[in-house]
Design a protein around this ligand. Sequence first.
Ligand code: GUN
Length: 284
Amino acid sequence: MAIIDGRRISAEITERAKREVEELKKDGIEAGLATVLVGDDPASRLYVKLKGRACDSVGIRSERYEFPGDAKEAEIIKLIDELNSRDSIHGILVQLPLPKPLDSRRIMNEISPDKDVDGFNPVNMGRLLIGSERFIPCTPKGVIRMLEHEGVELDGKNCVIVNHSPVVGKPLAMLLLNRDATVSVCHVKTRDLGKFTREAEILIVAAGVPALIKADMVRKGAVVIDVGISRTKDGIVGDVDFDAVKEKASLITPVPGGVGPMTIAMLLENTVMAAKQQIYTQSV
Ligand code: GUN
């Protein structure tokens, strides 16, 4: 068994993003990300702060916009429209979940597909679906990058995903299909989860249920990627019963220090990619 070190892999990606930001600066361009936080959810506030700090660490200029929890959809859309047309902003990120009754789909759809560093705009989702990948949501992109980094072959592999959200499970299924894996997508309504997970050569879990995946649900030699993050009295834990499952898996990610750090590294990479694409498009 080997543990996949998400911190180390994300540090390499962050270093590369930093070099690319420096290259852009030599051409007189400063990559810029706008983050939008609505309401007072402490977890969302923390994530936005961490994303801003990560930008600082590589030299991306970040601007944070905040709205109260009772903000009107039209006000947020007006800001997004402004950011869409501002040349100094290359990426726009609206932190989810948005407070009720805001319609997050309508708001996310307003972000220009060219500045959609989260990859949640239907245009980028559609590109992913047809195998023409552009901006990929950061968590699934981070999972694929970890597998690639570890040299895990995907072609023909039996992959099982436990999550069917548009943020993780669905984009991940498309990414794996685009790489010729055989994919099963399970979720809370799946009957006999273990029947599926035991077949998995690559098992990716994002259920948010501590210790959901026990050793008897894992095939010997499987690669196990744990996307779950739950706060418990024992600290932050994933969805996998790590100590027992690590004895059976060939490769496994820890929580914390696995997929989590990859997500922010992918945001930096997407922001650099957005800046390069916009600059290139403007100069031709
Ligand atoms: N909330 C949970 N995950 C994400 C993410 O990847 N991006 C945004 N914007 N919000 C989130």
